[in-house]
Design a protein around this ligand. Sequence first.
Ligand code: ATP
Length: 600
Amino acid sequence: MIVSINKLKTFFNKKEKQKLTLLFFMMVIAAVLETIGIGMIVPLVGIVTNPSVIKEHYLLIYIYELFNFSSTSAFMVFSVLALLSIFILKNMYLLLFNYIQYKVILNQQVKLQGQLFKKYLTRPYIFHLNRNTSTLLRNVNEEVARVCQGIVLSAFQLLSEILIILFIFILLIVTSPIATITASFLLGGSVFIFFRVFRNKISSLGKELQSVNGTLIKWVNQGLGANKEIKVLGKENFFINSYTNQSLIKIRNSRYIKILEVVPRLFIETLLVSVVLITMLIIIFQGTNTTQLVSTMALFAMAAFRIMPSINRVVALITNIKYSKPALDVVYEDLFLNKDSITESGSNGTLSSFKLSQRTFNQSIELENVFFKYPNQKNYSIKNVSLTIPTGKSVAIIGESGSGKTTIVDIMLGLLLPEKGKVIVDGVDLHNQISLWQKKIGYIPQTIFLSDDSIRNNIAFGVDTININDDQVWKALEQAQLKDFVLSLPEKLDTSVGERGVRLSGGQRQRIGIARALYHNPEILFMDEATSALDNETEMEVMKAIDNLKGQKTLIIIAHRLSTISNCDIVFKLKQAQIVEVEYQNNSSIPRLLGNMGVN
Ligand SMILES: Nc1ncnc2c1ncn2[C@@H]1O[C@H](COP(=O)(O)OP(=O)(O)OP(=O)(O)O)[C@@H](O)[C@H]1O
């Protein structure tokens, strides 16, 4: 409990904590108003059943004389109106309080969702290799909401209900101590027993819901994402069944928790009726007179009328908080724990010493005895690799499948941090100038991610539409050999590519990726088998465009095809995580080397 509160405190900054404190005080006022409303019932019923009390009770005499009432009936009308006004004021205040409460907590939810999304986006690449996207999606969209609404909002509502119950309890105990104490033991005891019995069950249901939510997203993602393969293989039922099975688990879980919310209500209702009746008996046996009995009973009935939903809500809110607690642990862990040094060192480092936009890389990219192993792997994927790439040169990295080509490029891109050794660019450790590096490089992956957006927005990916330079887009399209195709489209740059680029051919998608990398006019261009999906003719056209960049840009190309690398200045051959050969363009041994390594 204390641990959870400490975790929750870290979600709020000083100003937000002040807002919560303000909410707390507003809540106390709300509870006081609720109690005053109920407390006024006793004198009113007393006045109605026995008007002579107006002239007997000192406070009532004082009010009667203060306002100069002409008759007891006028006084009664006044009392009714006063009570009505208090209820109207109280409820208007409660409306305002609820509005502010929702505003503060839901704003916090939006902020935390943004923070968590940012956290995931800025975590090192290796983090994403180890985490499932469905889980991250679930955490941002659902778990943060569970923390804010299921825990923070519920805790506020719980506190508010407890305060109301406490104040009403004080009011009742002043009026009729024995009956109140008996009732409290019965009610408090039953709520306590309920939570002792179901505590573990509620927690395990909360955890189950968390895991099922992640799995449900995973099945929808996989089913819709691999729709083409699924249709070809006729595996629709497998995905539908897998989804439905998880959905059934979720339904069973929700049914259980809903019943757990209803059971106490029914039980407490029965108990309360018994308590009111028993209280009546106790009061009768205590020998109270009829007027007092009627007003005390009215107070108890009114209190029961108000306390009943409060107790129900207390039970439901505690259940909800326990049910949502697994979300708190997950969100806390991802937001505040597991800080890794990669992004941090990358984004501050010695950056300030460079004038970002002016500086260009003009010496070399060097790997010095670099070792890299993926998490939970026994073998190194890159083992003691040293190499130098002079800027302005075109370099090919070749080797059989699994030899470490993508890994070495990911290390040079700054996505993976070497376990041992260094990547040095122009004499400075890459991870001390990662932001500058990111501004200077372009990357064309094996498969391009296209968003369901226009060709323009896909090429100037991550740039606001109003800031996109169309001339630059056309230039990039021309370099990627795609200009004629786009010109032939009725909507040209505004043409929508469809989800993941379904409205384009594989080769066109790939060339959009090339244009995207070229749009920012990078100094260093990395290509990971970027042309392997193209037919020979298109590949030749694209490579011709890439060849035109030679001398202006450093090109680092992972390639399988002989044609892709035949014009490269340097060829590095990787085998089982190590560089085994280095060949230079003018060296006639390149074709021989390529012939030996399964390059087609
Ligand atoms: N995320 C990962 N987790 C664990 N091991 C990985 C991961 N990615 C790659 N590996 C392992 O690292 C080694 C090198 O992989 P890499 O992708 O760099 O090879 P590659 O030469 O690019 O292969 P290909 O030509 O087939 O793309 C392989 O043995 C692979 O199994």
